[in-house]
Design a protein. Structure first.
Length: 84
């Protein structure tokens, strides 16, 4: 079975997001004063070949934990769907 994982990696809420802060200041300067608390992260998609959804979830969790995110500064979540 083939699955598509849509992964979002974001800075932890307790930490300052300098990139989001810079974008927020720029938007404020352009007159978008109603936009606040901008957080900028990464969006990753990948195909995973696995025998079932639980195995695919295990693989995605391991990849996120070991490679894609820094647990000191980032959190992750994902959606998994089966493809044709």
């Amino acid at each position: 079975m083939k699955f598509i994982a849509e992964i979002d990696i974001m800075p932890l809420k307790a930490l300052l997001d300098p990139q989001g802060k810079a974008v927020g200041m720029t938007l404020n300067g352009l007159g978008y004063t109603d936009v606040q608390n901008i957080r900028i992260g990464k969006h990753i998609t990948m195909e995973v070949e696995a025998g079932n959804k639980e195995k695919a979830m295990t693989v995605v969790n391991e990849i996120c934990a070991k490679v894609l995110h820094n647990p000191v500064m980032e959190g992750f979540n994902y959606k998994l769907r089966e493809t044709d």
